[in-house]
Design a protein around this ligand. Structure first.
Ligand SMILES: C[S@@+](CC[C@H](N)C(=O)[O-])C[C@H]1O[C@@H](n2cnc3c(N)ncnc32)[C@H](O)[C@@H]1O
Length: 273
C-alpha cells in the first residue's frame, strides 16, 4: 500500500510553474485577511507543515522576524523554490527540510507552534496528520490551520457551465482522495485530535469591481487558474465535455467584469495542546 505522502505526488494542483505563481498570488492577495493575526511571541519555535513554494513562509517570517521557523514539505522542487523565495526577501529566520507530516523527523514536544495552510484538504487522512503534528507540539503550544471550502463559493452572473466547471474542481479533488470542502470541518477535526480551546473563524472574500486589486489577484489570478488546473483530469474522467468546459471558463471570467461579483469563504482554526 502506498504511504500518504506518496499518494500526494498526484496532488490535484500539481507542481507546475503556473501553480507556483498561483500560490504566490493567492498568498499575497489574502495576506491581510488570513494573516493579520498570525503573530507569535519572539523566540518561539514554529513548524510550518506543507510550505510549498514558501508563499506563506515569507509572510509568516516577515510578520514574525524574531521567531525560528522550520518549514517542511515532501516536494524537493517546491522546497527549492521556497528557498529562493526566502532569499529574495532577505529572510534569515527560516530553515527548510524535506519531510513528511506522517513521519516527522523531530523529537516530540519540540515546537511552540504549528502552522498549516491549504494542506489538509489534499490529504486522505487529515485527522491523522493533526495527531502527528500534535505530537511535536509542546504542551500549551498552538496549532493554526487555514483551509478553504469550495462549497462556500457563489458568484454573479451564475452561468450554468461555470457551475459545472466549479463542480469538476470539487469532484476531481475528491477522486484524488482530497476534500475541498474541508473548511467547514476544521472544528470537528481539531476537536477529534483532542486540541483544546478550539476556535474557528470564517474569513470571507467578497469581490466586486470596486475592488480591482481583488478582481485581479483573487478571481483572475487565484480562482480561475485553480479551476483551469483540473481541466485535463475533468475531461479525462469525462465529467464534462470540452465545449462545456470552455464555456464554463468564459463564464467565470464574466464574474471579473464590471457587473460581476464573487464570494468565497476561508476558515482559520486554532487549537491548543
Ligand atoms: C496547496 S500547497 C500549499 C502550500 C503552502 N502552504 C501555501 O499555502 O502556499 C500543499 C503543499 O502541501 C505539501 N504536502 C502534501 N502532503 C504533505 C505531507 N504528507 N507532508 C509534507 N508536505 C505535504 C505539498 O507538497 C504542497 O506543497
Amino acid at each position: 500500500m502506498k504511504k500518504e505522502s506518496e499518494r500526494m505526488t498526484e496532488y490535484v494542483h500539481g507542481y507546475s510553474d503556473r501553480e507556483a505563481l498561483r500560490l504566490a498570488e493567492q498568498a499575497d492577495t489574502l495576506e491581510e485577511l488570513l494573516h493579520y493575526d498570525t503573530i507569535y511571541p519572539p523566540g518561539a519555535k514554529v513548524l510550518e507543515a506543507g510550505c510549498g513554494i514558501g508563499a506563506q513562509t515569507v509572510i509568516l517570517a516577515k510578520k514574525n522576524p524574531r521567531v525560528e521557523i522550520t518549514s517542511i514539505d515532501v516536494s524537493l522542487d517546491s522546497l527549492e523554490k521556497a528557498r529562493e523565495n526566502v532569499k529574495k526577501n532577505s529572510i534569515e529566520n527560516v530553515r527548510f527540510l524535506q519531510a513528511d507530516i506522517f513521519s516527522l523527523p523531530f523529537e516530540e514536544e519540540s515546537f511552540d507552534h504549528v502552522f498549516v495552510c491549504f494542506v489538509l484538504e489534499h490529504l486522505q487522512n487529515p485527522s491523522e496528520a493533526l495527531t502527528r503534528l500534535k505530537k511535536v507540539l509542546k504542551p500549551g503550544g498552538t496549532i493554526t490551520v487555514i483551509e478553504g471550502d469550495h462549497g462556500s463559493c457563489y458568484f454573479y452572473p451564475e452561468g450554468e457551465e461555470a457551475l459545472a466547471a466549479w463542480s469538476c474542481l470539487i469532484r476531481v479533488q475528491a477522486c484524488m482522495k482530497g476534500n475541498s470542502l474541508i473548511g467547514r470541518q476544521l472544528y470537528p477535526l481539531l476537536r477529534e485530535s483532542r486540541f483544546s480551546e478550539v476556535k474557528v473563524e470564517p474569513r470571507m472574500v467578497y469581490v466586486d469591481s470596486s475592488k480591482p486589486e481583488l478582481v485581479d489577484g483573487f478571481i483572475l489570478k487565484t480562482i480561475i487558474p485553480m479551476v483551469e488546473g483540473v481541466k485535463e483530469q475533468a475531461l479525462e474522467m469525462q465529467m464534462v465535455g470540452e465545449e462545456t468546459w470552455s464555456k464554463g471558463i468564459e463564464e467565470l471570467h464574466e464574474t471579473a467584469r464590471p457587473a460581476g461579483t464573487f464570494c468565497y469563504t476561508f476558515f482559520k482554526g486554532r487549537g491548543t495542546k
